[in-house]
Design a protein around this ligand. Structure first.
Ligand code: AP5
Length: 224
């Protein structure tokens, strides 16, 4: 299974990626996590990426593409993968197409998780991540267990989140028509209980699925 998850910041890509990789036994390739690891280690790539990430801008295409190409050479990735947060520009999508063609690999589906901008800000401001396991929680919608050692992401401040949303609409949203034209785009409503959204995603990537998998209308908060 070779999948891509796209969607705005806070749509639930990281959360749902964990469920999909468990289900399909494929590696998750999150460019956000890879870049944060570089930042934390203080590598040259991490120092360069931080200049952009800290203000909510996208890291330049050539930096991200080089990092992903290296990752795709691993045998684990050749057997299948789930990209979370990559590609994020048409240039990245074209570079990925070229790399996959060179490796003789084909994408199965690109899943767009749709959530309205108003809900995204609430989701991101309540997000906490377990330092040790990387598990993603939300203080209201998916509370962490007592005693968990939690961290809040540096780019989750409200003013930075607004910039990330601007970058999404300007630079990443054009991927929707790009993949729709190739017949592999699946739209999934990202609003609802975590398990409900997981079920919609699994239905969307099942062989033979065509078109969108609907959920409740945007703006309806989860029942929790
Ligand atoms: P990245 O780490 O990819 O962040 P993002 O795309 O902005 O997405 P997030 O991780 O914020 O959200 P998510 O969709 O994963 O949501 P989550 O599951 O956590 O990128 C960070 C930065 O790195 C970018 O700004 C850029 O600078 C750089 N970068 C990365 N990739 C790049 C690339 N390819 N090119 C250039 N630059 C790149 O969920 C959010 C919260 O909501 C959580 O608290 C969760 O518990 C909660 N939640 C999830 N689902 C639900 C639900 N159904 N109901 C209620 N709450 C929910």
């Amino acid at each position: 299974m070779r999948l891509i998850l796209i969607g705005p910041p806070g749509a639930g890509k990281g959360t749902q990626a964990k469920a999909l990789v468990d289900r399909f036994g494929i590696p998750q390739i999150s460019t956000g996590d890879m870049l944060r690891e570089h930042k934390a280690k203080g590598t040259a790539l991490g120092v360069k990426a931080a200049e952009f990430m800290n203000r909510g801008a996208l890291v330049p295409d050539e930096v991200v593409i080089g990092m992903v190409e290296e990752r795709l050479q691993s045998d684990a990735a050749k057997a299948g993968f789930l990209f979370d947060g990559f590609p994020r520009t048409v240039a990245q999508a074209q570079a990925l197409d070229a790399t996959l063609a060179r490796l003789g690999l084909k994408l199965d589906a690109v899943v767009l998780i749709e959530v309205s901008d108003e809900l995204l800000v609430e989701r991101i401001s309540g997000r906490r991540t377990d330092k040790a396991t990387g598990q993603i929680y939300h203080i209201k919608y998916n509370p962490p267990p007592p005693g968990a050692d939690l961290v809040q992401r540096a780019d989750d401040k409200e003013e930075v989140v607004k910039e990330r949303l601007v970058a999404y609409h300007a630079q990443t949203a054009p991927l929707v028509p790009y993949y729709a034209a190739r017949g592999i785009l699946r739209r999934v409503d990202g609003v609802g209980e975590l398990a409900e959204v997981t079920a919609r995603l699994l239905a969307a990537v099942s062989p033979g699925t065509v078109g969108s998998v609907a959920g409740p209308p945007h703006g309806v908060p989860p029942a929790k």
